[in-house]
Design a binder for this molecule. Structure first.
Ligand code: FAD
Ligand code: NAD
Length: 476
């Protein structure tokens, strides 16, 4: 078997792996990046889950479906009448595919221009920093490295009670590919994917029922914000049923029958398609030879320290395959950090300031701790809130529902968390992330001038409200 030598071999070219490879190459190291992604049609593309079946295609459909929905429901309020609005789902899907194609080809070009050797194939870590690569046609070769970075990502969890059949019972990737709008859509799991993809098909005309096992809606979100969001989603027509335990799903020629229990009663739901999105699991299938010596935790994640070092020296792991939120940007920051550490630089990830966004309408975004978490830590804190109903720009946008909530330490004024449900929350949260990165106080935000009229004024007013100084709201 031939053996090529590199300073760094990265396994996985998703948003954690490819930035690690590019940054290591920028720092003068010789780098190979091995990836085995294969689409349903057999084509191979870089970019992992995020670019192929995750962040990017879902946001493309969210944007298109929102435009369609707003054209139907909001234009009249602006004094615009539009007759004969119709949906061309084929064109919508083609636009999405075009974006994916452009961005995945872009990754290929970026790796090439950085001098990274991109290798298609399945990587398996042997002992002594060697990675065996199994190619398409049964070929195999070995890469020897000083350092190995494992960035193999995650995949949907399958429920034994509702196994995927790729046709009627699908995972998130299947739910991005529907060629017709299902009249009745069932979703198991009212988490991030359930809400985003449920929103896409709901806006395009599906009747959507979400079955969520927990009694609490979005437990990772600040309770006040989650309550507000739930009200708005239900008002939009999403039928979110909490405390619903699915006991089985049976597909037949004309649909899927879902059995579940809620409130101590056995219930049934008849739908045309069923999306199962109950979380994702780390991918380590066929990745670690017994002699690799890399430890996994009890949930199958590769065990790492805060610098993403595994149990084996000079073997690192980043992204969804390790602990922490399964978010593309979290993986990217870890990948870049690891490249810097390998090259001998100091680097760290601020795990206390990772933004999260749910791209529904309204969007939900947050950074830092929820009020319940601050309370559980026993900290003395203050809260400032501001409703978008009192924000001029939100009114002009016809999207004045929702609120901003800031939580700060009472004595030292340090910002501990910021939570938004409202228009463009995913863009607005960047200000709070930057503030927290610089350990800003609520007063720092209060003293920062915000352009008028913008949505950012709602963050300003929430900070002012924490000290009962809001100008455009009652300070209670
Ligand atoms: P992946 O992106 O999963 O990439 C891993 C790569 O490694 C894949 O290409 C895989 O084929 C390859 N691989 C695996 N094993 C091997 C092996 N042994 N040899 C070679 N290659 C291998 N996150 C956000 O931050 N924002 C969003 O808006 C967002 N939306 C999402 C929407 C959906 C529908 C889904 C499913 C996910 C979404 N996510 C979002 C999550 C995001 O996609 C993941 O957090 C991110 O892709 C993880 O990056 P990663 O590089 O760790 O893994
Ligand atoms: P999730 O953890 O967000 O939600 C899964 C939901 O399913 C939970 O509410 C859980 O209680 C529920 N559930 C679990 N088992 C169930 C059962 N048997 N019956 C009914 N409900 C059940 O997971 P997801 O929505 O699958 O998303 C996976 C990951 O992908 C998330 O961790 C998320 O971070 C990431 N993602 C992020 C974005 C984004 O950043 N906008 C978008 C999509 C996905």
């Amino acid at each position: 078997m031939s053996e090529q030598q590199f300073d760094v071999v990265v396994v996985g070219a998703g948003p954690a792996g490819y930035p690690a490879a590019i940054r290591a190459a920028q720092l003068g190291l010789s780098v190979a990046c091995v990836d085995d992604w294969q689409n349903a049609d057999g084509s191979r593309q870089l970019g992992g889950t995020c670019l192929n079946v995750g962040c990017i295609p879902s946001k493309a459909l969210l944007e298109s479906s929102e435009l369609y929905h707003r054209t139907e429901t909001e234009f009249a309020a602006h004094g615009i009448s539009v007759d004969g609005v119709s949906l061309d789902l084929d064109a919508m899907q083609k636009r999405k595919q075009g974006i994916v194609k452009q961005l995945t080809s872009g990754i290929e070009a970026l790796l090439k221009s950085a001098g990274v050797t991109a290798i298609r194939g399945h990587g398996r870590l042997l002992g002594e920093h060697k990675v065996e690569v199994a190619g398409d046609n049964g070929s195999s070769h070995v890469l020897a490295a000083e350092n190995v970075v494992l960035a193999t990502g995650s995949t949907p969890i399958e429920l034994p009670t509702a196994p995927f059949d790729g046709e009627r019972i699908v995972d998130s990737a299947g739910a991005l590919e529907f060629s017709e709008v299902p009249a009745r859509l069932g979703v198991i799991g009212a988490g991030v994917i359930g809400l985003e993809l449920g929103s896409v098909w709901g806006r395009l005309g599906a009747e959507v029922v979400l079955l969520e096992a927990l009694d609490t809606f979005l437990p990772m979100v600040d309770e006040q914000v989650a309550r507000d969001a739930l009200k708005q989603f239900r008002r939009q027509g999403l039928d979110i049923r909490l405390g619903a335990s699915v006991t089985g799903a049976r597909a037949s020629g004309d649909g899927v029958t879902v059995s579940y229990e809620a409130g101590g009663k056995k219930k049934r739901l008849q739908v045309d398609k069923l999306i199962v999105c109950v979380g994702r699991r780390p991918v380590t299938d066929g990745l670690l030879a017994p002699e690799a010596g890399v430890d996994l935790d009890d949930k199958g994640f590769i065990t790492v320290d805060e610098s993403c070092r595994t149990s084996v020296p000079k073997v690192w792991a980043v992204g969804d395959v390790v602990r922490g939120p399964m978010l593309a940007h979290k993986g990217t920051e870890e990948g870049v950090m690891v490249a810097e550490l390998i090259a001998g630089h100091a680097a760290e990830v601020n795990y206390g300031a990772i933004p999260s966004v749910i791209y529904t309408a309204p969007e939900i975004a947050w950074v830092g701790q929820t009020e319940a978490e601050v309370k559980a830590d026993g900290r003395d804190y203050k809260v400032g809130t501001f409703p978008f109903s009192a924000n001029g720009r939100a009114k002009a946008l016809q999207q004045a529902a929702g609120l901003v909530k800031l939580i700060a330490e009472r004595e030292y004024d340090e910002i501990l968390g910021l939570h938004i449900v409202g228009p463009m929350a995913g863009e607005l949260i960047a200000e709070a992330v930057l503030a927290m990165e610089f350990s800003a106080s609520a007063e720092d935000l209060q003293r920062t001038m915000h352009a008028h009229p913008t949505l950012t004024e709602a963050l300003h007013e929430a900070a002012l409200s924490a000290d009962k100084r809001a100008i455009h709201a009652l300070n209670r």
